[in-house]
Design a protein around this ligand. Structure first.
Ligand code: NIG
Ligand code: FE
Length: 423
């Protein structure tokens, strides 16, 4: 008998999301292939998965210091949230109420509300205050089964406030079990004080912000919001290429409300992922598939902004893309940390299968976040980042809409959530 630090035994399913040679699972065939072990068990040693198999297979070979019985429960790879904006100063419930009474999201933004309101509030906050809020939000994500998250700046829109935001993310994540990957989104919108000097703001982003973010190693990715009311294709291209010259791989917020060619741009600049793509037409989808850019779909944002467009997940999958899903957690268009809800919307709004949405919040999301080596699947030798759902099969994950099914979470072999509570 070999000895493990932790044994998870008797799970009704272990959903490995393993198999295939490439990092991402592309197209319907791969995305629907979850590699499930019934009556499954996992042995964990030194933070990594030492063995996987049926419970009989594992108990015949391993004894464990700590044993968790998972009867009636399902084990999946810990979820990866590939797109969030967790550093903001306050919620915008007032704006939401106005929208419920008929106001329009883009109209509010154009008249100094929305992202501008968030920028005014964030500039007045200290890094410590922001970091404390980030930490709390990471806790809520963890309780919902998320073990890694991409986190953007973008509510500062000045040199100092953008740097402060990225440092606040770093500080808030420092003593947290979640893995947090930072993205610089100084080009979220043109701030109000540059309204009459767009070119001046783009220059500030390119010539001052990007070099300083890079020098201080504050972000792995550089993102731009391409939209009317935000940045044009040409501006975005210049910013993303500058980011790339400074070692930050591009990501793009593209085609949220209209197809402006954002998907094509993402393909041209070899972005790791392109987000939203609600209004993207077929040509853009083909470009994404051809360039291997991961489309990160954000159905909770589509729903929350009134379903003007919803991403065509079926067409993207048909074109051979490796689709991912994320919360877009932010105070304007998606104030939810719950990736399980997003998976549910993936099925009900976007027509994805339960298998596809599981792949989209684990393995493909890990690729979109630059974490393909460490996250997103359960396989021998890989880091033990796991979620245990209080449900007998993965089909319950999208089915039990809005319910938090998370019973336990294991990060790097350590049990960090048990019986729905952070330890
Ligand atoms: O991803 N689209 C741009 N940015 C965010 C929303 C920001 C906000 O309204 O605060 C998004 O939806
Ligand atoms: Fe976003």
């Amino acid at each position: 008998m070999k000895s493990a630090d932790l044994l998870l035994l008797g799970a009704s399913q272990v959903v490995t999301v393993d198999g295939g040679r490439a990092h991402a699972k592309r197209g319907a065939k791969e995305m629907n292939d979850l590699r499930v072990i019934e009556d499954g068990a996992i042995a964990v040693r030194r933070g990594r998965i030492a063995d996987i198999g049926t419970t009989n297979h594992i108990t015949a070979r391993w004894r464990g210091l700590e044993r968790i019985h998972c009867r009636g429960r399902t084990i999946l790879p810990g979820f990866v949230d590939a797109h969030t904006h967790p550093v903001f100063a306050k919620y915008r419930a007032d704006e939401f109420a106005r929208r419920c009474r008929g106001a329009d999201y883009e109209e509010i933004l154009a008249t100094g509300g929305g992202i501008h309101a968030s920028a005014r509030a964030l500039r007045a906050c200290s890094q410590d205050e922001l970091a404390r809020d980030v930490h709390e939000r990471l806790d809520r994500m963890l309780l919902h089964g998320t073990v890694a998250v991409e986190a953007k700046s973008g509510y500062g829109l000045t040199v100092e406030s953008e740097l402060k935001s990225l440092r606040a993310i770093r500080q808030g994540a420092a003593k947290h079990p979640l893995t947090v990957v930072r993205t610089f989104l100084g080009a979220h919108v043109v701030p109000e004080e540059y309204k009459r000097d767009r070119a001046g703001y783009v220059r500030l982003v390119i010539e001052t912000m990007i070099p300083r973010v890079a020098k201080q190693r504050l972000a792995k990715f550089c993102d731009v919001f391409v939209e009317r009311g935000a940045f044009s294709i040409a501006e975005a291209r210049a910013i993303l290429l500058a980011g790339r010259r400074h070692g930050m791989r591009p990501k793009v917020h593209a085609d949220q409300f209209r197809d402006r060619g954002g998907a094509r741009l993402a393909a041209d600049v070899r972005a790791i992922s392109v987000e939203h793509v609600d209004a993207t037409r077929r040509a853009g989808m083909r470009a994404l598939a051809g360039a291997g850019v991961v489309p990160v779909l954000l159905p909770s944002a589509s729903l929350f902004t009134g379903l003007k467009h919803i991403p065509n997940a079926r067409a993207l999958i048909e074109e051979g893309c490796a689709v991912a899903l994320a919360t877009d957690y932010n105070p304007g268009t998606s104030p939810t940390e719950n990736l399980q809800l997003v998976a549910s919307l993936g099925c009900s709004l976007l027509g994805m299968t339960p298998e596809e949405v599981v792949t989209a919040i684990t393995r493909n999301a890990a690729v979109a976040t630059g974490l393909a080596e460490t996250h997103g699947r359960i396989a021998t030798g890989r880091h033990a980042h796991l979620v245990v759902l209080d449900a007998p099969s993965y089909e319950h994950l999208p089915y039990r809409m809005g319910t938090n099914l998370v019973w336990g979470v294991v990060v790097g072999g350590r049990v960090v959530v048990r019986e729905g509570r952070i330890l």
